[in-house]
Ligand binder design. Structure first.
Ligand code: PAF
Length: 284
């Protein structure tokens, strides 16, 4: 694996590979890699010849009160893990390499229609930061495929929409959420949980499963199901940002008795200081 931190070297290396007919796949990450990230890398290896992973903790997607400075950075361990997965290139730019005129002066990309809901309400500007960095990485790497986790369902929907709206010739693939033995969705932020909260954290997935099971059994009382799920989460000590049932593609909120068939149940809730995010998709 070659580790590169400058755009010019990454482009030179990839141009040489592409001239030999190689298809490139990109896995964008913020590092602190866990099994969930490695599953994205393994999927990448299946779909193209040249696997590029980026690690960049993108300041543009963090709010002023968020954990940018304390976000876990574990580059040496990450490099070892990616080496073991036979990744071809690891791109690790620093902030000035990506934002040479400063983060606040950079051109931005946004999709307001899918961003001004769910996490976008609780993290203003977050998805504009995500779209901007992902767009920039797409332009730098020019992959034919890019891989993202389904855990960040709204992020994936926005990236798919951005890439289709802007006619990007890139196949965007989502990979199912990797989970711990007790069902908790893997996330770099899980390590912020204290021991007591770590035991409680899987309740978020259990609540999603309970709602999914009710829908699978025929309930279309979507509003009522969400209210009852929120009460369950609050009773277990979560502060709930949202628990919604929406259309998978356009993220429209479902009302009681709506006839949509491809549904996603999405939850975000904070336990202690840790904001947890999860979702379950269901087709009826
Ligand atoms: O999901 C993430 O880790 C980040 O939002 C991404 C897609 C790498 C953009 O910084």
């Amino acid at each position: 694996m070659q580790t590169l931190n400058q755009i010019k070297y990454l482009r030179a290396a990839l141009n040489a590979d592409k001239n030999h007919g190689g298809q490139v796949v990109l896995v964008p990450t913020m590092g602190n890699l866990h099994e969930g990230h490695l599953q994205l890398v393994r999927r990448a290896r299946e779909v193209a010849d040249i696997v590029v992973v980026s690690i960049f903790v993108n300041p543009m997607q963090f709010g002023a009160s968020e954990d940018l400075s304390s976000y876990p950075r574990t580059l040496t361990e990450d490099q070892d893990k990616l080496d073991a997965e036979n990744v071809d290139y690891l791109f690790i730019p620093d902030v000035p390499e990506i934002y040479p005129n400063g983060v606040d002066n950079h051109t931005t990309v946004a999709n307001p229609s899918l961003s001004n809901m769910l996490c976008g309400i609780h993290r203003p500007g977050h998805f504009q930061g995500v779209c901007t960095i992902v767009n920039k990485l797409f332009n730098l790497v020019q992959p034919s495929v890019a891989i993202f986790g389904e855990k960040d369902f709204q992020q994936l929907a926005i990236i798919k929409r951005m890439s289709s709206d802007l006619c990007m010739p890139i196949d965007i693939i989502g990979v199912p959420t990797a989970r711990a033995h007790d069902g908790l969705a893997l996330s770099s932020r899980n390590q912020y949980l204290n021991n007591i909260d770590r035991v409680k954290a899987p309740i978020i997935y259990q609540t999603l499963q309970k709602t999914r099971d009710a829908i699978a059994a025929g309930s279309k009382q979507y509003g009522t199901l969400c209210e009852s799920a929120k009460l369950d989460l609050k009773a277990a000590g979560f502060e709930v940002d949202y628990f919604d049932i929406r259309n998978q593609k356009n993220l429209t909120l479902l009302n009681n008795n709506d006839s949509d068939t491809d549904i996603v149940i999405l939850a975000a809730a904070t336990l202690g200081e840790t904001r947890l995010l999860d979702n379950i998709q269901i087709s009826i």
